[in-house]
Design a protein. Structure first.
Ligand SMILES: NC(=O)C1=CN([C@@H]2O[C@H](COP(=O)(O)OP(=O)(O)OC[C@H]3O[C@@H](n4cnc5c(N)ncnc54)[C@H](O)[C@@H]3O)[C@@H](O)[C@H]2O)C=CC1
Ligand SMILES: O=C(O)/C=C/C=C(\O)C(=O)O
Length: 486
């Protein structure tokens, strides 16, 4: 099998990146493009042996990287960002080919965000204070010490963006990393390894292991030398990882699914509400933060639905490489099956498809809005992770809050209202890691990000990332000449 494949004109190494070297596995797995379902290439299929080698490389590189000054770490991370920006077009087209998300989004939003992830955490590192305070004449000195090798496990819906949202703070904190990208979208992680090496990141500081989570996951997450695990993905996999990490009490950060509400009150600017609602089809609905449950005040529900249908039916679904495409394919036939299963079960249970409700050719699923759904219905309670939205109505603010909060998730919520006092009141009553008022997906990397309940454990972002990726130490020093007897 070739060590390199050419993807949309870009050469991508198909091997792992361990200790600053490319390492091949005996077995391979086939990576397919969601655009047409065709094979892109054969990728090294990691085994527990390569997983252990990657952790060993991260362990060996840790003392050197941890001892590197903050300024030097920040300089190298900025050089990684430069490399991302230099290869932005290549990263964008490779990612689109691999995961089917829109090329225009990768070019204009996602890949610039990848670079920003590195710049932001490099700069934030330099602002981290050493908290000093006094206790009865003694000095307390709080330091942010690197924790050690980190295992970062990432999904396929925004592969490089979500990987670097973890890699950047982990490296900035002085840790070394083993990154395990999703097997449905392995390519840009390999390009990141090249970019990091060119930027001067020392060997072993970033390692990339390819393969199936079910085959190498435990070898990474149960490894006694791993000091942190950060995971974004599904709840069942999170449970498995948490169980595996329990053996060594390895600290975890889990960013999981959602079933977030979009609350539209009668006092809202309806056009804005509809614009925000249509945005929920972004990335073919494969977004953990998506506000997939529309909760609309009865008096405006009919007009909201009319305007939504007008806008949603004008969306163009097709090849994600075309500038005019608004919705691309779903990632994998298994995901398509899963999405359609949810929709057909909902229809059989009495839901009505206002639009969509069916597959299209290939891996494409028609943008769908379902109504006449009960609060306890599977389609209202479970994450679909596809272009499938539901609409329910409410009569009072209390009912809106009750419906919004009545799932096992707590990742995000979006409110559309013209009344700032209502916005404040309702936000305070919702269990959600992020609440957006009259906006959606406005992200500042210094904000805490994560979910409550089954949407996750812990927060990352700004200082919260360093809180997770560092071992905080308090050193208490007695004043000169002090004795226990005073
Ligand atoms: N929160 C989010 O952003 C995401 C949520 N999901 C949800 O999960 C559903 C299923 O998607 P999947 O791809 O099956 O998600 P998944 O959670 O199984 O996969 C995510 C990552 O976990 C890895 N993984 C799988 N088993 C593992 C194990 N035992 N140990 C360590 N790592 C392991 C995978 O290789 C991949 O890198 C979706 O339909 C969606 O509802 C999926 C991807 C992202
Ligand atoms: O903005 C972030 O840091 C995270 C975004 C998460 C997603 O887009 C996702 O998981 O779908």
């Amino acid at each position: 099998m070739p060590d390199k494949i050419v993807v949309a004109g870009v050469s991508v190494d198909t091997r792992h990146w361990i200790g600053g070297e490319r390492v091949a596995s005996a077995e391979m797995f086939t990576d397919h493009s969601p655009i047409d379902g065709k094979p892109i290439g054969e990728i090294s299929r990691g085994t527990p042996t390569e997983a252990a080698a990657a952790v060993a490389a991260a362990k060996a590189a840790f003392p050197g990287w941890a001892a590197t000054s903050r300024a030097e770490r920040a300089r190298i991370l900025h050089a990684v960002a430069d490399g991302v920006e230099k290869r932005l077009e290549e990263l964008a087209i490779v990612e689109t080919t691999d995961n089917g998300a829109l090329l225009r989004s990768h070019r204009r939003g996602v890949m610039p965000r990848v670079a920003h992830n590195f710049r932001f955490f490099a700069d934030w590192l330099l602002t981290l204070g050493h908290e000093d305070f006094e206790t009865r004449g003694h000095t307390n000195h709080v330091s942010w010490d690197p924790a050690g090798p980190c295992v970062l496990i990432t999904p396929w819906n925004a592969p490089l963006m979500l990987a670097t949202w973890k890699v950047a703070p982990a490296l900035a904190a002085g840790n070394t990393v083993v990154l395990k990208p999703a097997e449905w979208s392995p390519l840009t992680a390999s390009l990141l390894a090249d970019i990091a090496a060119e930027a001067g990141l020392p060997a072993g500081v970033l390692n990339v292991v390819q393969g199936y989570g079910s085959e190498i996951g435990d070898a990474l997450t149960a490894h006694p030398d791993v000091r942190r695990i950060s995971f974004t993905g599904s709840v069942p996999t999170a449970r498995r990882i948490a169980a595996s990490a329990a053996a060594n009490l390895t600290p975890l950060s889990l960013e999981l699914g959602g079933k977030s509400p979009l609350l539209v009150f009668a006092d809202a600017d309806l056009d804005r509400a509809v614009d925000l609602a249509v945005e929920q089809y972004d990335n073919a609905g494969q977004v953990c933060l998506a506000a997939t449950r529309f909760l609309v005040e009865e008096s405006v529900a009919q007009e909201f639905t009319r305007r939504f249908v007008e806008k949603a039916t004008a969306l163009v679904q097709g090849d994600p490489r075309d500038e005019g495409t608004d919705i691309g394919p779903t990632i994998h036939p298994r995901q398509l099956e899963k999405i359609d299963g949810f929709v057909q079960r909902a229809l059989a249970a009495g839901a009505r498809a206002v639009i969509g409700g069916h597959r299209r050719d290939g891996r494409y699923y028609a943008p769908t809005l379902l109504t006449d759904v009960a609060q306890d219905a599977e389609i209202v309670q479970e994450e679909v992770f596809g272009p499938v939205l539901t609409l329910q109505t409410f009569a009072t603010e209390d009912e809106a809050v009750r419906l919004a909060d009545d799932t096992r998730f707590g990742l995000a919520a979006t409110l559309v209202t013209g009344d700032p006092e209502r916005a404040e009141r309702v936000s305070a009553r919702l269990v959600a890691g992020t609440v957006w008022v009259n906006c959606f997906f406005v992200r500042d990397l210094q904000a805490p990000f994560g979910g409550s309940r089954h949407s996750g454990v812990g927060r990352e972002g700004g200082t919260w990332s360093f809180d997770f990726y560092c071992d905080l130490r308090n050193t208490v020093t007695a004043p000169t000449g002090w004795t226990n007897h005073g």
